[in-house]
Design a protein around this ligand. Structure first.
Ligand code: IPE
Ligand code: MG
Length: 231
């Protein structure tokens, strides 16, 4: 979710207005997710590096996150949306922590879509903590992944023209498909989400292997197939 600030600045509005509009885009995306087949949606709301921003913006963002949880928890529970928060909690206010806990409790039975809000999240720190949690046991991919708070990513969408991961779900994105859009996050609609999903379905995912052969023509079979699927 990138571009809230620029969305506002382009209109001569305070950055926080952009964040408020961004929160509305979150509501839209969460609402639209199940219909396009999304069962897990992780939203990068506040990175551990975002603490570097001016105190006024940080505090406005924290208030907005609390307001989002407060206003959405009941509706999410009603709609089968499970809402949880990933990231460090020890640097959040006691009030926000309590809100997170009550929202997670209230929405825990939700089975339509699991929305994870990443707040004070750093993938590198998360990986370090997961590795620590495995200490004393054999460190395997499965053992480490069991301590990660989000599943493997199929599709990563980044808005606002940026093309980087910014310490988000590094392990989980090992085979993620990336869709980049110049749209600012507040302008990202349900239709844009659907379009990104369509792009995802058009991708040929091989996970390092080869696509299943539809035909073989001697030693050049693989190349022929690639050409055939690209045409
Ligand atoms: C995304 O919008 C929301 C957060 C990171 C909190 P930005 O605040 O990064 O918006 P830009 O990048 O300045 O436009
Ligand atoms: Mg940004």
């Amino acid at each position: 979710m990138d571009g809230n600030g620029r969305w506002a600045e382009m209109r001569g509005l305070p950055r926080i207005t952009g964040h408020q509009r961004g929160a509305e885009a979150v509501r839209t995306a969460v609402e639209a997710a199940p219909a396009v087949g999304i069962t897990d949606l992780t939203l990068y709301a506040f990175s551990s590096d975002n603490w570097k921003r001016p105190a006024a913006e940080v505090s406005a963002l924290m208030k907005l996150l609390a307001a989002y949880l407060e206003s959405e928890a009941a509706a999410c529970a009603r709609k089968g949306v499970r809402l949880s928060v990933i990231g460090r909690r020890d640097r959040l206010s006691a009030g926000l922590r309590r809100l997170i806990e009550s929202t997670e409790r209230l929405t825990a039975p939700g089975e339509r879509v699991h929305v994870r809000l990443a707040i004070d999240y750093s993938s590198r720190d998360t990986l370090l903590r997961a590795a620590e949690a495995c200490s004393g046991r054999e460190l395997t991919r499965e053992a480490l992944a069991a301590h990660l708070p989000a599943p493997d990513v199929d599709l990563l969408i980044r808005t606002a023209g940026e093309q980087r991961l910014s310490d988000f779900l590094l392990w989980e994105c090992a085979y993620a498909e990336f869709v980049f859009t110049d749209l600012m996050w507040p302008d990202f609609t349900a239709e844009d989400l659907g379009a990104a999903i369509n792009v995802f379905h058009s991708r040929n995912r091989r996970f390092g292997g080869l696509p299943p052969y539809t035909f073989q023509s001697g030693a050049t079979g693989a190349r022929d197939h690639h050409e055939a699927t690209r045409s």
